[in-house]
Design a protein around this ligand. Sequence first.
Ligand code: GDP
Length: 199
Amino acid sequence: LFSGRVDFLLSAPQLKFLPEPTVPEIAFCGRSNVGKSSLLNAITGRKAIARASVTPGRTQELNIFEVGDPTLFRLVDMPGYGFAKAPVKVVEKWKSLVKTYLRGRQVLNRTLMLVDSRHGLKDVDREMMKMLDETAVSYRIVLTKADKIKASALDAVAAKTAEEMAKHPAAFPELHITSAEKGMGIEELRAAVLGDAGV
Ligand code: GDP
């Protein structure tokens, strides 16, 4: 499917700019610089469908991509979070956009929350998990940049993350370990996304 049509549709600074909810959506979220653009590019097999990160905090919009012709589902690139110097106003705006999207978007089938393998879950990720729990949006956790740490350290982070996930009602039980750089875990994640989209 990803070898067919994958197009950027639009950036929505507010929910009213979103397309009609006619097809399933799969959303991607994570801290700024987690490797979200790289993962989206790897999953879709495109070099630069998702822009690599610009200035942290500037991309405060939902970027929508369409897959299939006619469109079968959409990928939603949510604005990155957790950058240290973000003004309160920016954080509030982010929260309101993301929360209303999660709560109100009936076609949202699954969210993928990306976590840097080297860092594991941070408090901002825990806040995100809480928001996903509260809005009853089922989510996967995807460890990124797995090529950047040793296998033993990766095992430890994966075990710790899985343990914490088990306490969250909306977390999908399986954890994904990926490297966009090396292609690790990408095929499996792609299949999971297609499954989530119901295609
Ligand atoms: P975003 O801000 O979450 O969209 O993150 P990007 O995709 O722009 O990636 C942030 C940085 O991490 C860039 O310098 C990427 O080259 C790097 N990066 C992303 N994925 C990987 C990966 O799987 N392995 C390695 N080694 N670096 C990665």
